[in-house]
Design a protein around this ligand. Sequence first.
Ligand code: ATP
Length: 457
Amino acid sequence: MTEQSSTVSMDKIVSLARRRGFIFQSSEIYGGLSGCWDYGPLGVELKRNVKQAWWQATVQERDDTVGLDTSILMHPQVWAASGHLQGFSDPLVECKNCHMRWRSDELKEPKCPSCGGELTEEKMFNLMFKTFAGPVESVENIVYLRPETAQGMFVNFQNVINTTRRKLPLGIAQTGKSFRNEITTGNFIFRSREFEQMEIEYFVKTGTDEQWFEYWYQERFNWYIKLGIKKEHLRLYEHPKEKLAHYARRCIDVEYLFPHGWAELEGIANRGDYDLRQHSKVSGKSLDYYDNDTKEHYLPNIIEPSAGVDRSLLAFMCDAYAEEPDKDETRVVMHFNPALAPIKIAILPLSKKENLAAFTKPIFNDLRKQWAVQYDDTQSIGRRYRRQDEVGTPYCVTVDFQSLEDNRVTVRERDSMHQIRIPIVELKKTLEKKLAGEDILILPPGGEVVQAKGKEA
Ligand code: ATP
């Protein structure tokens, strides 16, 4: 059996991301800063859409979760209680010749991968970035950039319970930046030093934790599929019991087949009552939950689905990418799910002529109140379609001189390249239905199919 491999190379994704303004290297004009990335005009839309889709599924459409947005800098005791100060470290070796540092657990041979030099003894290296709060750089003023968003939700558990009067099971969800001084960054945005997370802390009664763990890893697996990731590119990996952190009862990763191989997209852990117990012990405050129905006090257990925004975005890009034969050429298409597509609709007047522009602009202005819409009137219509395909725009609306006469426009679908011509009065409603998944060839009143062969004139 051959090892399954990704259908796209990382070079192609990096090149498209750069060329079309999805992702740039941080501080590029100064030679870049390793492990940091900037999201360009299309990247920022895609990233917002990924977070929005997650928020919709985890907060907006659920009765049992609430959102939160906690600070990046937290009291240093948080990291003592969580175990990050003592345990959040990787084994590091340094080359005695070129002084490059490497994670010893990732080395295939006991020599420097860069120059072949001899390596130092292994040393543990803490991954948290350290800085100072206030003007004095003293030990008492040391604070850390959070390496995960989770702790903000643990330490606010009582605030949320008291102010929302919710009962368990209750989830708290947040998205936000996290920072880790990773020794080896790489594979584009897969592993960086500054990244964004989407985390849920789901608080449950002891004894129901295993059932909720089962529920959450399936729920999270299905979220990626619903947003268009191919099932054969996803799998679940359960961490063996002997490799789990001492407090974790179970941990399952959702893995994606990235161009560099299978790797973690999201981790779902059953953390028992470790987090609240630790914070209760170190802060001296009770974090017990009072169950009004059973009149019991207890420390809840926590199920944690923890995902990376950047890693998900990379997976969505890799999975959407396709090169398809088209006439004598190849077209590059990003088959993004419409919910994720950075631009939903492109408005393309056939020419720059004044009267056509004056007719088209009000249509554009009307649609952009509801969606991210782009107006493009440069170059041939074929080229404009290709440009939109390459960034994954699901629908193009072409306005031609005939439109001035018959008040109809052409709607072209990205994946099939089918085209229909429909009355402008039906446009908004039709696009709404198409973006929600209706087949392009289902016509509104007064519509007709003008191209259904998948080839463009
Ligand atoms: P890995 O083993 O790949 O370093 P991890 O197990 O340390 O990941 P977690 O601590 O479980 O990761 O973090 C939850 C999620 O946050 C990960 O599944 C990933 O999507 C994201 N994440 C963690 N570290 C990074 C990073 N350095 N760059 C980008 N995303 C990250």
